[in-house]
Design a protein around this ligand. Structure first.
Ligand code: ZN
Length: 184
């Protein structure tokens, strides 16, 4: 009997497939299974990024809850959906990641605070949120740069195990490297 691969939707004999016995029995091509595991990790990562983003927006706009209608705007940026004119150009996850959006919100925090004090939103939460988002969109390029710089620091030699082996022989030099790195 042929079954469908839950990763690529291709069909193959059941006996030749990997079976994931989680909550439900699901079949995967053997080469598709590691890709599926990666996908699941990405899904979890994105869930956390979304939670962090929402928490930050709530905090900066002093809201207990964000109107659900605003979620669509954030998801559109994530997916790269364009809704200006004509038929909606639906895309999926082609846009800006929620981690970059959060970075951009951080960079825009002062601008948003300024607008809250100086603009009249007539108590309209949605207008204020959209105004904030316009500032955030303008800062996305800068946010990407900041994000890239952070990743560079995280993947720097400090904390790389291979380096540790070397430091057993020259601890002093390693110490200097860290100091130099921190000064940068
Ligand atoms: Zn497959």
């Amino acid at each position: 009997m042929q079954v469908k691969c839950n990763y690529c939707n291709g069909k193959q004999e059941r006996g030749e497939m990997y079976c994931d016995t989680g909550k439900q029995r699901k079949y995967y091509h053997h080469p598709c299974w590691p890709l599926e595991l990666e996908r699941r990790i990405d899904v979890e990562k994105e869930k956390k990024q979304w939670k962090d983003l929402i928490a930050f927006i709530q905090e900066i706009h002093n809201l207990h809850e964000i109107p659900r209608t605003f979620y669509a705007f954030l998801q559109d940026i994530r997916n790269g959906t364009i809704r200006f004119q004509g038929p909606v150009n639906q895309q999926y996850k082609q846009g800006v990641g929620y981690d970059i959006l959060l970075e951009s919100y951080r960079l825009s925090a002062n601008g948003i605070k300024w607008a809250q004090q100086n603009r009249d939103f007539n108590g309209n939460v949605f207008t204020e949120l959209k105004y904030g988002l316009a500032i955030v969109k303008n800062n996305i390029g800068q946010a990407r740069e900041a994000h890239r710089a952070k990743i560079k620091i995280q993947s720097s030699p400090v904390g790389v195990p291979v380096e540790d082996r070397e430091t057993n022989y020259k601890p002093r030099q390693h110490q200097q490297n860290i100091t130099a790195f921190l000064k940068e």
